[in-house]
Design a protein around this ligand. Sequence first.
Ligand SMILES: *Cc1c(COP(=O)(O)O)cnc(C)c1O
Length: 732
Amino acid sequence: MSQTEAAPRNRSAGLKGSTLTAETLYQKCMALAHNLWWSWQPDVTNLFRDLDPIRWRQLDHNPIALLAEFTPERLDDRANELVLYSRINQAYRRLKEYLSHQHTWGHTHAGVLGSRPVAYFSAEFGVHESIPIYSGGLGVLSGDHIKSASDLGVPLVAIGLFYDQGYFRQQLDENGYQREEYVTTQVGDLPLEPAVSPDGVPITIEIQTRTGTLKAKVWRMQIGRVQLLLLDCDVDGNSPQDRELTSRLYGGDHRTRIRQELVLGVGGVRALRALNVFAGVFHLNEGHSAFAPLEVIRQRMHDDGISFDDALREVAQHTVFTTHTPVPAGHDRFDAELVEEHLGPLRDELGISYDQFMGLGRVEPQNHEETICMTVLGLKLSRKANAVSALHGHVTRRMWAHLWPWRVEEEVPIGHITNGIHVPTWLAWQMQHLYDRHFPSDWMRRMGEPEVWQQIHDVDPGELWETHQALKNLLLSFVRRRLSRQCRRRGESDEAIEAARNVLDPTVLTIGFARRFATYKRATLILSDIDRLKAMVNDPHRPVQFIFAGKAHPADEPGKGLIQQLANLRFDPDLAGKIVFIEDYDINVCRHLVQGVDVWLNTPRRPLEASGTSGQKVVLNGGLNLSVLDGWWAEAYDGSNGFAIGHGMVHVNEEVNDRRDAMHLYRTLEQEVIPLYYDCDLDGQPRQWIKRMMNSICSLAWRFSSHRMVMDYVRAAYLPAAGGLSCDMSYR
Ligand SMILES: *Cc1c(COP(=O)(O)O)cnc(C)c1O
């Protein structure tokens, strides 16, 4: 080895030796991995990936599992090899700065919540693919809500359940039929710490029922500045059956379900008390947690010696309830006996009769035929209720109008706050770099403001287009990798695997559709006229191709049938390789799709889509929405920022309605979407299409961000609730 080669190596070794030992380097990486903040920082995510790209992918992008495979010495070697020291140091410094930053939006606008934070309850949290405690839209919304609360500095503590098996992993068998597999996550691989009481003891909460006591321990997870508390029934003292109570999300029968909801609601409030957290606002995100206010009422009665009625009135003023679906099956209902079995001891302490108690969960309190509905309970125990889009607000007021028989429908006290998405989570870093160059330097902090996004019109159209093309190519490589893996797993021929490696064409208009396979979402609407579809897909000059993904609930046979229908199109020689289905839709699959598609298709049966959020993720990354005017799209579409299917009209006959929507879908594709996409300038770029991408970004990105959503919750719900003000009409 020559002197000149040796010198720099020695110098770097000296530098590292004096400033950073292998041990502290490892600890800094672990500290980063233990705050989910890393997951919305592309620099930190890329840092973890660079440590070992293959294992990173195999481990579901889990940095703790990845770091567990390194000793401090090996990590040090790897950091040396890749010159990672300054990146690790900088990431660590940025995390510290983020956590200590005082001048936040929340500090200015939500100061009163400082000593009395919001307690945010949700049955699922979709924070990252490596933490499988979510199933779909509701969970991702909760995750995005708490990330924005963290970024904005809104004081909030989140409460959920820890499911060690989470939701199922989906595989399709050779017939395209969905198989569910449950995988147990190792707690040690997750960023969980036992939540400890002020005197340092791990806390356990107990709930008496008529048939025994339920116990739960509490985990703590750090999401930026926000703490997420997760209750877990796998503790000594519970029966073997109860130890598994919280192992799966949305599994089991009514009894499992009510016990989970008891732990979430009543247990969640007890966990807060054990941790000395005195919440000023209780936000029930969906009816699953609607038992929570009952426990708060009990505490008020006990602490202040007030009557049930007085406590109810007070607690309701501090309670915010969000309802998420107009589909009847989406509202939990329980038999009164099951409720009495589980909440009887609590009812005794509240000192109210069986009938009065059950009446809280009934539209007609005296109607013994009526089951106990968690949504009714949530509405009656809160003074601020909201739906999740403007249209959903109308539908929800109509749906529950009979709870306020003396009011006209417009005056039913349910408002709306339209859902939004956490921009840093869903924005591709390539696109972020483009925005960084053209937007104000503090745009990330101000992304809920419309002015910021006006700057998109200053971006060079060619640059926007090229960035989108790069993302589309990444999506296609991802799809090919996934499909060939699916083929290999099913033991298919080498030719089939090779074919999977070559599906789809980056020059072809690419349409994505991915969501839960509930039948009202009509995933197969595009198959209504198969010949017309084949003509579009195989058009020699202006073809289209489709990527599908999504899970059906394990008990939803019709939903599984739809998946099968789509998956088996691969056996049709006219469609093979042009319409593909990717298994195991999750946050990771969703991120690839929304960042790379040209068009995002959504075909719900209006007005059953409460909001929908996946289309909002597409906007940021330059994709265009093609959707029925339902949920968020009904208020977002302005004629120039995407495409509408139909005119928002609904035929009373479902069959006729579906046929009409299908016709509108084909017509919009053939007459608007496809021609616009292939109408290129001499330089090969579709000028008008790019203009529409810009309109979409400019008009929609800020409005449908979760920053805007959380700011709305603060102004319209949290602040009035924290003050105990009853202004139930405030956010209409
Ligand atoms: C965003 C997201 C959803 C919600 O999408 P919808 O448009 O409401 O169907 C569901 N699942 C995952 C994994 C997501 O990331």
